[in-house]
Structure formats: structure tokens, C-alpha cells
Write a protein that binds this ligand. Structure first.
Ligand code: 5GP
Length: 199
């Protein structure tokens, strides 16, 4: 597999990486397309198959593993599998897009290792684990048990931050969005619309 650029956003659940990725996707000059992962977890809230995720059964997921269809996959939480299908990235590269990922830290670093030259791996850091707990509770899409599972994992995930190409501190959302936009613009080699207007 070879093609365009890969931009990875990884972080503990609740750090705000999905908000950042959604913001970046709106910036047309970055020419980004979202890598839709496959997952065996149930859809939440208003999530749509083929937009947020490809929601598939656990047995279908395991078949994909057997067939070596994944670029990477992880059992991120017990019995909840997530993975990037090779066909997904190939599809987006064929469209001439830079591919952006919202994936866990292990998967993110795995992709970086496979494509060291054309990958920018960004870690999004929350202010604290306590703040994460507050954000996850506010989101109220998961049960107490599931929130605790995500919190327990957060400390392990935070320790991987130094392995990433860049760390964005999401203490203030506007600042984080701005930093992320600049970082990606520099990586894909384009100027931000604002910069062009100021010239
Ligand atoms: P959620 O259940 O909140 O949508 O996602 C749980 C975690 O799985 C998040 O950290 C998310 O970024 C990660 N994730 C989503 N898709 C993938 C994927 O394809 N591969 C890996 N390794 N992690 C993923």
C-alpha cells in the first residue's frame, strides 16, 4: 500500500479528539477525508453506519482479522474491537485525499510505524484524568461501568504521549483547534485560508 498523507489523532476517550477531527474535516484546503473504522461495538446516540463507523458483528470482525483485511486493529475495550480496513485507506487515497484518523494510541502508533514518512501522529492531551471523568459523564452516552473502563485506560494511554510527533493540550478548545489546524496545514504543505487572506 502506498499513497497520500496520513494524519492520526489519538487520545484517551473524552479528550476532545473527535471534536478536533470534525473541525479539521471542515477546512477544505486541507483536503482531508475521515477514515471510517470498523467496530464490533453497538452504535451510540445518532451515530450512523458508514459515516461514524462501519458497525459489524463480532464474528464478521474476526473474519476480517483472519483474512488480514486490517491495516491495524485493537480490542480497545473488552469485546469491543476497532480496526482500520486496508480497503478504507485505499479508497480515500484513490480519491486523492489526505486521510485523517480518530483512533486509539496503540493503533495510531502502529500506523505511524508502518508509514513513518507520510504519517503525522498527534496526541491530544486532556487537562487531567479528573477532567476526563467530568467530560465523559457530561457526554452521558455510556454507563457508569463503561466510563470507569475508559478512565482506567486513560493513565496508560497518557504515558504513550512522548512517542507521538506532536502533542496538543486540549485545555482550551479554541486554542487546541487552532493549533491542530496549523499543525496539519504545515504537514500537508498548504496555507490556511486565513493566512492567504492576510497576504
Ligand atoms: P468510541 O467507542 O469512543 O467511539 O472509541 C473508543 C476508542 O477506539 C477511541 O479511542 C477511538 O479513537 C478508538 N478507535 C476508533 N476506531 C479505531 C480503529 O480503527 N482502530 C483503533 N485502534 N482504535 C480505534
Amino acid at each position: 500500500m502506498k499513497g497520500g498523507k496520513l494524519i492520526i489523532f489519538s487520545a484517551p476517550s473524552g479528550s476532545g479528539k473527535t471534536t478536533i477531527v470534525k473541525h479539521l474535516l471542515k477546512q477544505s484546503e486541507l483536503n482531508l477525508a475521515f477514515s471510517i473504522s470498523a467496530t464490533s461495538r453497538q452504535s451510540r446516540g445518532d451515530e450512523k453506519h458508514g459515516a461514524n463507523y462501519y458497525f459489524i458483528s463480532l464474528s464478521d470482525f474476526k473474519n476480517h482479522i483472519k483474512n488480514d483485511d486490517f491495516l491495524e486493529w485493537e480490542e480497545v475495550y473488552r469485546d469491543n474491537f476497532y480496526g482500520t480496513l486496508k480497503t478504507e485507506v485505499e479508497r480515500l487515497w484513490a480519491e486523492g485525499k489526505n486521510v485523517i484518523f480518530d483512533i486509539d494510541v496503540v493503533g495510531g502508533l502502529r500506523i505511524k510505524k508502518k508509514f513513518p514518512e507520510n504519517t503525522l501522529a498527534v496526541f491530544v492531551k486532556p487537562p487531567s484524568v479528573d477532567e476526563l471523568k467530568i467530560r465523559l459523564k457530561k457526554r452521558s452516552t455510556e454507563s457508569e461501568d463503561k466510563i470507569n473502563m475508559r478512565i482506567a485506560k486513560a493513565s496508560v494511554e497518557l504515558a504513550t504521549a512522548p512517542q507521538f510527533d506532536a502533542i496538543i493540550k486540549n485545555y482550551d478548545l479554541d486554542t487546541a483547534l487552532n493549533e491542530a489546524h496549523q499543525l496539519v496545514a504545515d504537514f500537508v504543505g498548504v496555507k490556511r485560508k486565513k493566512e492567504i487572506e492576510n497576504e
